[in-house]
Ligand binder design. Structure first.
Ligand SMILES: Cc1cc2nc3c(=O)[nH]c(=O)nc-3n(C[C@H](O)[C@H](O)[C@H](O)COP(=O)(O)O)c2cc1C
Length: 187
């Protein structure tokens, strides 16, 4: 049986983030054979080539090692102004400058949760485009867009919406299979 180690990335840095709550809910729906830990990248500086030239910031090295060691990434992110929010884009921009590209061939699944009804469709499309540039391998379906998310989690961040739970369960089952397929293709 597989024993995949998944790295969770939340595109929102706020403590009460519904995307963080969604990430945790997805972890609870993971089938046997995969577990997730959530990365903290709140200490990443804004990308600046001068900083890079002075030596990679320790947070970049830490994230690089975490991404490289993971069998896959699960990203939950809000949409900011119809696109990928700055914290996640900043992380990707830093990682993209590394020579041994840890995103190359990395299986990725994504979720988005938003206050409004649309659920982050536009942000996810942009995220797929950006990660494609780096050779990441995105699970296409099932897609998970959690619109009107404030009504779907308790104030403590526990998922209360059963339909969303079903979508997450189906996505995590497909993701387990997808990781196996990508690993076989790259071995
Ligand atoms: C800068 C900014 C831009 C936003 N743009 C969008 C948007 O384009 N589409 C959308 O559905 N929600 C947008 N929102 C609202 C977010 O859906 C809402 O703040 C959500 O709770 C963010 O996710 P979080 O709870 O994980 O932080 C925006 C919020 C912020 C702070």
């Amino acid at each position: 049986m597989s024993n995949y180690s998944i790295l969770g990335l939340c595109g929102s840095l706020r403590a009460k983030s519904v995307n963080l709550a969604a990430l945790k809910a997805a972890a609870e729906q993971m089938p046997a054979g995969m577990t997730m830990t959530i990365a903290d990248f709140s200490d990443l500086p804004l990308y600046n080539m001068d900083l890079q030239d002075q030596g990679w910031p320790s947070a970049v090295i830490r994230l690089r090692d975490q991404i490289a060691a993971a069998d896959g990434l699960l990203i939950a992110s809000p949409e900011y102004n119809w696109s990928v929010g700055a914290p996640l884009k900043n992380l990707i921009d830093w990682i993209s400058r590394l020579k041994n590209q840890p995103l190359q061939g990395k299986p990725v699944a994504m979720i988005s949760a938003t206050e409004g009804a649309v659920g982050g469709v536009r942000g996810q499309l942009d995220l797929r485009r950006i990660l494609s540039c780096l050779g990441a391998q995105m699970l296409v379906k099932p897609e998970v867009f959690i619109g009107l998310a404030y009504g779907k989690f308790s104030p403590e961040g526990v998922l209360t919406d059963e339909l969303t739970r079903k979508f997450l369960t189906a996505q995590m089952a497909a993701y387990l299979e997808w990781i196996g397929r990508v690993k076989r293709a790259y071995s």
